[in-house]
Every structure is written in C-alpha cells, then in structure tokens.
Design a protein around this ligand. Structure first.
Ligand code: ADP
Ligand code: ZN
Length: 730
C-alpha cells in the first residue's frame, strides 16, 4: 500500500508511453485504477509502481481520482508480456482493457429514444437498420449517437426520425448493472453421450484442480462440442469462477443464445461490436465487480476487466477473426492462452478444423486433444465429390438476348434440379462479393482500379456502382473506356452473377444472397436464417458467412462454384485455409434426417486439398501440409514477424526503407528480408513497403527488431506497423 504523498508511476491508457509519475493524494496499491490529467484531460490509468522519473517535486502533478477498483497483479504481468510479445506499447495495451471512455463516471443524463413500432411509416432500408440497432440491444432505449453508430446511418437520418416521430423520446434513465447480471443453474436437461462425457470429465478435472492447461476439443461439425464446453462453463461457474466464451461475431446467433438459455435458465451476457455506450459501460463494470460471471463475446471480450477468470473457451479456434489487425496486431487466442498461463486456469479450444499452430502444440504435448468423432444423434456426414470442369463444362446462358459464360456445370445444375424437386434446399458457395470483379476495356486493356488503393474495383449490381473492397470507395460504372473510348467488359464471377445465372436456369426459384455487404448486422442474418428455416428460400448463394454455426435440416446440397479460388494463394497458409473453409461449408449439408451431398467444381480434382476433403482425410492432409512447412521453417516451426512501413510520400518512404535495410543487423539463425513493395502497394493514398523477419521459434526476435528500428530515425508521415506471426501478407 502506498500512502498519500507517494510519487507513483501511472500507466495511462491510450498513451504509448510506459507511464508517468504522479503524486497520490490518498492511499492506493499497485494495480489501483486512477484518473490522471494528461494535457488537460482526465485519462484512466493504473498505479504501476513507485515513481522513477527523478523529476523535481514541483513538476509532478497530483493523481486526480482514485477509483475503488483494482487490476489483479497477474493481469499487470499479462499486459507486460503481451506488450513484449506483440510490440504494442504498454499504454496502448492498457487501452485494450480501458476502452470505455467513461468507465468510472456516473451515468450521464442524456436524452434516450425508443423505436416507434406502431408507426405506419414505410420500412425503408435506414429504418430497418435503426430497428436492427435496437434489436441488438434488446430494444433498450438509446441515445441519438448510439443509434447513429450502431445502425450506421447518418445523423440526418436520426434527426429526421426524431422529427417525424419514428424515434420517440423516453425517460432519461439508463439501465444499470442489475439488468445484465444473472444467476444461472444447470437445468439438467442435457445428457451427454459417451464421448462428450469423457471429454467433459477430463476438462472438469482440470477446472477442479485449477492451474494452467489447454484442451483442444476436436470434433467434426455437429458432433456436439457446444454442450461439452457448456458443461465446462457450468463447472467453473459453480466453483465461483468467471467464464468467457469467445466466438467469431457471426457465430453469436440467436440459436446459440437460446441453447445457452435453455440449459442455464437465463441468457448469457453478450459482448460484441454493436452495443450502446451505456451497455458497454455497465457490462464492463459488472465484470470488474464480479457480478457478471459469464460472458459470450467476440475477441475484445478477452479484455474485459476480469477479476477471477476460471475458464476461457475459444470456439472455432482456427478462425482468422481472432487476429486483430488494425490498432495493434494481436491474436486473441494466443493472448488468452498467455493470460491463462500467468493466472493459472484452463483454456478450451474448439474446432472441427484446428489450426496448424494448435495441432503442433498437441503434437508437442503442450495441449491435450479430446476428440468427438461422430455427429450427435447419428446424422451422417455428407458425401463430398468433385466435378471436373474440364470435362463437365458449364453451358452458356442468355440474358436479354446476350449470351453469357456460365459458371454452373451441367452436373451441378442436375443436382440442383433434383434437390429442388425433393423440396429441399441448396446452397451455392462463392467467396467473392459483387457481380464482376474485373472491369476491363475490350481493346486497350485498361482496368478499373481504385483511385486511392492499388486494387481493382468490383462491379456491384445491387448498388449499380463500382466498389473498392479495400477502402469502400464507390465510383460509377464507366460506359466506355476512359483511356481509348472503346467498350468495357465485365469479367470474372461474383455472387450476384451466380444469382443471375440461377434465376435464368431456374426461373421460379427463390434465391437469397449472403455476403458481408448484405448481412450488415446479426439481425439481418437472423431474418435470413429464419426465412431459410421456414422454407421461404430455395437456393442461398453466399460467401462463408453462413458456413458457421447454423443448422438447416432441409439443406441437403452444397455446391462450391470455384473450389480452386483459394488454392493459388501466395502465402503458406493458403492450402490450410482453403481446406478449413471447404470443410466448414461442406459441414452445412445434411445435418438433419436427410443425407447431404457436396459438389466441388474444380479444374484440378487431383489437388491434395480436394482429394483430402473428398476422402475426409483431414489428419493426413494436415500432416503433409505441416511437413512442408517444417521443411521451409514456416510457422508453426519457425517464427515470422512482418514490419510494414507506410508513408504518405513515396520518396520519404523509400529512403527510410533503404536506411533501415542498411542498418539491418546480421542475426545468427534468422534473417531480415526486404524491403519489398507490399502486394497492395497503396491503401487510402498511403504507400506501403514490407520487411519480413524470419527466425527460429524461441529467438526473441522482438528485441532484435526494436533495437534495429531504434537505429534509424523515423521520418514524419511514416507509420511502422509490426505484425508478429502475421496471417495477412498483403
Ligand atoms: P458442433 O458445435 O460440434 O458443430 P453442436 O454442439 O452444434 O455441434 O451439436 C449439434 C446438434 O446436436 C445440436 O443441435 C445440439 O443441440 C445437439 N446435441 C449435441 N449434444 C447433445 C446432447 N448431449 N443432448 C442433446 N442434444 C445434443
Ligand atoms: Zn480503395
């Protein structure tokens, strides 16, 4: 305990430094949350230790507030280790936790609004988005600014809705903590099968005994992993511990929530990116004071101020959405495991297609593997076969008398007809948004590219414009080539184009599109899911959004339009990711009483990824893939760190990179490669270069990098981003 008057070092959230000295005016301990003035603003920080700046007394400011809350010492160690590993500065790591601007302020009196459900106004797209924003917060009243942020509409839309009565002002009281904290009970309505029970007992013992351990719950789609980790959650909770269930945002479905509620008697507290500011604050505080014990959330839920975490479950552990890539790069799975190691509790990783990193940790005996090998209730895995596009060529189809190149082979079309004739549903998978990805001049070869990014623009029929998938900029579709005045053609196939082809070949069929630009919120997704469940859609055409967590008993056919798309990826994870994606998509077929089948259209049916998918030989495939990586010293057998340098002025950027290259140290057993121009050289008008540092697994490359970068002065208008174990190499 530090007494009043002590000079302490305070780590301040959102300031890159490792902390500043302040004088305590009341006693506080290490880890106490405080408010301190930085440039005339009060910022939240934590007391890190005794002051060490050596500044004269009169230059040191008083701590402004001492809050009645503390960060456990183990978590302070975690922050430090995380900063050392990711090279995110300490104050920015703290910001991941203290990301609630008014975490400690009393609720402000603000005008709140409710949605007017009785309004007879026509349901426009904006109104629907606002309605969804309310729905994602249980229809609690919210402030105008929340409506704007969560519904992603303009302030003018909100103002108009207030003016014409679409939003009704209501009493100005926000909900508080009590409304989010629940008591749970195990209703005992789930009986695990033998494999589930074995896995649950092993994890249960680890929870009972305490201490660090990691389990891989490795079970095929539909094998019942969820009920196993619900059992684990219950065991930790009933010992008084807090529990975090992490999952990708698109897996936070109503179906999942109701499964949770029907087992535990109350809904989970849900943490995701569309919460109101008030709800965020209340959940944050509820976790801090231990009233909220179970949270289901996305990767950022790991950074809630947990006090007595006893279990973290990471569902779909291989999912790349756990990797944060802006505002500091970190991998939430790895950071959760680090946290568990320091604080001493078990972690459960669940997946049907575990990542190579995790499988290697199982091989090394660091993680324990628990397998579920059959679908719960005996549903059969679908039959998976390839269609060789070289032999079974798609025939052309006609739109308004113009012949179009088809993408659906006769075999796939026959399968679609049969499925529809049986009254079942089908899904066509294509991982490309929009209508046509390439807009090109027929004569001079000009292609439409974004004016601020070095990527091509995609034509989106729904909005009737070109769209940059990098920065979101739109542009009109040119009538003629801006360079030579000749006609332009649309090339390549996106999902809107597949929809066109389906509606020509199957005129009376009801289709729906699913992609990230259409499914803008979970509410939109839920609506689509319920339409599918009610049989109002015959063929759903989509990207991988629907490939997770859903259960459609009538969906018996999955067609993958272009199975080769991911196979030509340039990075060493291309095959692994393609395998995971195809496996996941295939897992949607035949989950009910009818058998399912999966057809993969391809030009190279003999490719190892495809033969492995068809024969269900995941382990063999991963073994071969990992052997290749071992030979090449790629992760998980070697370590990579990307250093991405971005600059507004090309000349400054290049000069800085040359200087860095000249200053690059020679490291035994490691190498610094580059600089090369990044695959996407320009994003939002900033130019980009990359270095890649490769070395052995336990080489402390981070220290080497920091020393190297400190040797060259960083010019103005240049950013340096460090990505440890990068997933994205663009
Ligand atoms: P996974 O997460 O492994 O893909 P799920 O947990 O979604 O699989 O389970 C698949 C289906 O089986 C779900 O509908 C689930 O409710 C059901 N199920 C799994 N285990 C049980 C159980 N022990 N008792 C009753 N139903 C179960
Ligand atoms: Zn762009």
């Amino acid at each position: 305990m530090f007494s009043a008057g002590t000079i302490v070092k305070v780590l301040v959230s959102n300031i890159p430094s490792a902390g500043y000295d302040y004088r305590l005016t009341v006693p506080a301990t290490i880890g106490t949350f405080v408010g301190v003035r930085v440039m005339n603003r009060v910022c939240v920080g934590i007391v890190w230790g005794i002051g060490d700046s050596g500044l004269p007394q009169e230059k040191i400011k008083d701590v402004s507030f001492v809050y009645n809350a503390k960060m456990p010492v183990a978590d302070m160690q975690w922050l430090l280790r995380m900063s050392e590993w990711t090279l995110i500065p300490m104050g920015m790591v703290l910001r991941l936790i203290v990301n609630i601007p008014d975490a400690f302020s009393p609720p402000r009196i603000e005008q709140l609004y409710s949605f007017d459900f009785d309004s007879k106004t026509r349901m426009t797209q904006n109104r629907q988005a606002v309605l969804d924003a309310f729905a994602s917060n249980d229809n609690d009243p919210m402030t105008a600014i929340d409506v704007q942020n969560i519904a992603r509409v303009s302030s003018a839309v909100v103002r108009n809705m207030i003016k014409n009565g679409g939003l009704i002002p209501v009493a100005q009281r926000e909900k508080n903590l009590g409304d989010y904290a629940f008591d749970y009970q195990d209703l005992g309505n789930i009986k695990l099968n033998e494999q589930q029970q074995t896995a649950a007992d092993v994890i249960g013992d680890a929870i009972k005994n305490g201490g660090f351990s990691v389990f891989l719950l490795d079970g095929i789609t539909g094998s019942g992993k969820t009920q196993v980790y619900f059992d684990s959650a219950w065991r930790a909770y009933s010992q008084g511990k807090s529990v975090l269930l992490m999952m990708p945002e698109i897996a936070l479905t109503a179906q999942f929530m109701s499964r949770f509620e029907s087992r535990f008697g109350a809904p989970p507290v849900v943490w995701h990116s569309n919460l109101t500011a008030a709800r965020r604050r209340e959940i944050w505080r509820g976790v801090l004071n231990g009233k909220i014990k179970i949270v289901v959330g996305t990767r950022s839920a790991l950074f809630l101020p947990w006090q007595d975490l006893g279990l973290v479950v990471i569902d779909e552990e291989h999912d790349t959405s756990y990797k944060q890539e802006d505002m500091g790069n970190y991998h939430a799975r790895d950071m959760a495991i680090l946290r568990a190691k320091i604080s001493g509790f078990p972690v459960v990783l669940a997946s049907a297609t575990p990542s190579a990193e995790t499988l290697e940790n199982v091989n090394l005996g660091k993680y324990k593997c628990l397998r579920l090998t059959s679908r719960y209730g005996g549903a059969q895995l679908p039959e998976i076969t390839t269609i060789d596009l070289r032999e079974n060529r798609p025939t052309p189809y006609t739109v308004a008398d113009v012949e179009q190149i088809g993408s659906l082979s006769p075999l796939l079309c026959d399968a679609l007809s049969e499925t529809l004739a049986q009254g079942h549903q089908a899904m066509l998978f294509i991982n490309r948004r929009g209508f046509a990805p390439i807009i090109q001049c027929k004569k001079c070869g000009w292609t439409a590219t974004c004016s601020e990014c070095s990527v091509g623009m995609t034509y989106h029929k729904r909005i009737g414009k070109l769209l940059c998938h990098m920065c979101g900029r739109t542009a009109p579709l040119p009538k003629v080539c801006p360079d030579c005045g000749c006609d332009v053609s649309m090339r390549g196939v996106g999902l809107e184009k597949i929809q066109e082809e389906v509606s020509v070949r199957f005129p009376n069929v009801r289709t729906a599109l699913v992609s990230s630009d259409i499914i803008t919120s979970r509410q939109v997704l839920e609506r689509l899911v319920s339409q599918l469940e009610q049989g109002k859609i015959d063929i759903v055409i989509g990207t991988q959004i629907l490939a997770k967590g859903h259960h459609f008993p009538n969906l018996t056919l999955v067609g993958v339009v272009d199975s080769d798309m991911g196979l030509f990826g340039t990075d060493f994870r291309a095959a692994e990711h393609t395998f995971q994606q195809l496996f996941q998509v295939a897992g949607r077929a035949g989950r009910g009483e009818y058998a399912g089948r999966v057809l993969l259209q391809t030009y190279q049916p003999a490719h190892p990824v495809l033969t492995a998918i068809c024969s269900g030989d995941r382990d063999g495939f991963m073994q071969t893939d990992m052997a290749g990586r071992k030979a090449a010293q790629m992760p998980p057998y070697g370590m990579l760190i990307a250093v991405i340098i971005e600059g507004e002025k090309e000349a400054v950027l290049h000069k800085y990179c040359q200087d860095l290259a000249a200053a690059a140290p020679i490291i035994h057993g490691a190498k610094i490669m580059g600089p090369i121009t990044a695959q996407i050289y320009q994003i939002r008008n900033w130019y980009r270069m990359r270095f890649l540092v490769a070395g052995g697994m336990n080489m402390a490359l981070q220290t080497v990098i920091m020393r190297w970068l400190s040797k060259v002065k960083q010019p103005a208008n240049v950013r340096v981003k460090i990505d440890v174990n990068p997933i994205n190499f663009m």
